[in-house]
Design a protein around this ligand. Structure first.
Ligand code: GAR
Length: 195
């Protein structure tokens, strides 16, 4: 299975996904695609020997359809079977998502369905939640929705800030996403619960 990874930032989840796809793993990374030429993940992907590409979203201001057409064009030569969103911070419309439904995964830093969107950790702390975490799910046209494939729970500690909580959740993201990808690429859609 050929996997394209889309990102916007540092790409730590991308690194873990790429590093996991070796040996008897049923998938291989074929492209890392960013929407920001300054995304740190592009350099990391090059270092890992994965082809990279970039579609800067900024020239497409007000033209989501144009941006998504450019994304499709950038993906096409790599012929991916599966797309993994890994810190990709652009909202994708139904026009892009629907043809990929069942073949596109995302990681989100909350225990969905709680806290779709941004500032998930601050919102969990504000609500006084005892636990936070992360979710890997299939992408559908609705934001941070779609069938859940795995979740990892992280206890909130006294004195936690959004930053400290995010750092501990990220450690779990790095375990959860590769584990779910391996299962998914093997045809296993059961929900994985960590720890
Ligand atoms: C991760 O925490 C990921 O869950 C989050 O962005 C971060 C990317 O970090 N994604 C979202 O918020 C998507 N809505 P990374 O670039 O180091 O993998």
């Amino acid at each position: 299975m050929r996997v394209a990874i889309l990102l916007s930032g540092g790409g730590s989840n991308m690194v873990r996904l790429v590093q996991s796809m070796t040996g008897d793993h049923p998938a291989r990374p074929v492209l890392v695609l960013a929407n920001d030429p300054g995304a740190g993940g592009l350099e990391k992907a090059r270092g890992l020997g994965v082809p990279v590409s970039c579609v800067d979203h900024r020239p497409f201001k007000g033209d989501r359809a144009g941006f998504e057409a450019a994304l499709r064009d950038a993906l096409a030569p790599a012929a991916p079977d599966l797309i993994c969103l890994a810190g990709f911070m652009r909202v994708l419309t139904a026009g892009f998502v629907t043809p990929w439904q069942g073949r596109m995964l995302n990681i989100h830093p909350s225990l969905l369905p709680k806290y779709r969107g941004l500032d998930t950790h601050a919102r969990a702390l504000e609500a006084g939640d005892a636990e936070a975490g992360c979710t890997v799910h299939e992408v559908t046209a609705a934001l941070d929705d779609g069938p859940i494939l795995g979740q990892a729970r992280v206890p909130v500690q006294p004195g936690d800030t959004a930053r400290s909580l995010a750092a501990r959740v990220l450690v779990q993201e790095h375990i959860l996403y590769p584990a779910v990808l391996r299962r998914f690429a093997s045809g296993d859609r059961r929900v994985l619960h960590l720890p």
